[in-house]
Design a protein around this ligand. Sequence first.
Ligand SMILES: [Zn+2]
Length: 423
Amino acid sequence: MAADSTPKIHDLAELSADEREALFRALPKTDLHCHLDGSLRVETVAELASDPKIRELAESLGYSLPTDTEPESLRKVLEPGVDCGSLEEYLLPFDVICGVLQTPETLERAAYELAMDCVAENVWYLEVRFAPQRHIHPGMSGLEVLRAVDAGLARAEQESGGAIDTGILVCAMRNYHESISHYHRRVRELFPYANERELGSNCSLAAARLAVDAKARGVERIVGFDLAGAEANYPPSHHRAAFEHCIDNFLNITVHAGEGYGPESIQEAVTYLNAQRVGHGTRVLERGPELLDYLRDRRVTVEVCLTSNLQTKAIASLEEHPFRQMLEAEVRAPLCTDNRMVSSVTMTDEYRLAWEHFKLTPKEIRQTVLYGFKAAFVPYQRRRQLLLSAKQRLRELGLGGAWTRHQETALEERRAQQAGVSG
Ligand SMILES: [Zn+2]
């Protein structure tokens, strides 16, 4: 039978480290939670930050770029990594990155390079998210911002010969603050008597209208809308009008929630804002089983970003991460990078980390991969094609469906026996 000739992985622990690494790299992957501005190449930021014209524009818009633009010096700022003390510290590099992304050319290049980096490690489907308002100024409209990112992604799709499909998620910011961008500073000047909540709600509604309008004008990669930024004190309910506008216009919804604030934030995201996906959700267990059941029963997906959660101190250690509980409760929980540069990660790294820490079985690896394709915000027909291709590739890699289920039972029994012997 043909099935006999396919490889079969019994337990990833039986592979050598090199073989496992090759497997994680070869897996057909998605990255559903990836910020454009956190995922540039350090060398590109260094090159852009040393360009006098880019510096001049950034400074005229109120961004201050570092004077030392050598890649090795910039790396310390742009990749805070595990030494990072908090979410606030983790967000510091974004001001520099935003400063160099104020022209259509730089945005196009950033999007193109990000997608090509994904192609290099077999990410088949990428959703890039960012807040267009951080790039709007008198010389570049929101529509131009989105068209530039769309063009960069289109170039990568074409040059890679269709090795990757991409989508764009438009982010609104939860919190209003003048420090966020030139746009936010201008809004403050124009509405001196509005309070921060009013400014925040109106900025997110404007972002939603931009997303809908840009899609109608042909930026077809826009597949959804997101809420990002500081979570505590800025509940999803402040942004209902923005999300209602997106839902009325059939945009998909994902919301950062349960990272910097408790489970109430997740609950509001899925009830008030109709989120189909939740970013992070690290505090999902704090509401008991009801919230997990709700997510599973409604097929709400939790975008899991292990490395980022460690770095922002959303969790103190991976022992605290609910990934294992989500897997066991059959909540859709695909792995994602969050910020490839700022967190110094790839999807391959995330699979390695998840396997090392959570001891994923072949079935769980397969399931995690497939959750990513199932939760992709692409139209049904394309999603189905991607899912079928991913299943085929998983079979070729030794992570087949029926065979894996059978082996899984054997593996679980073997482990139970071993635990019995050692216990
Ligand atoms: Zn994020």
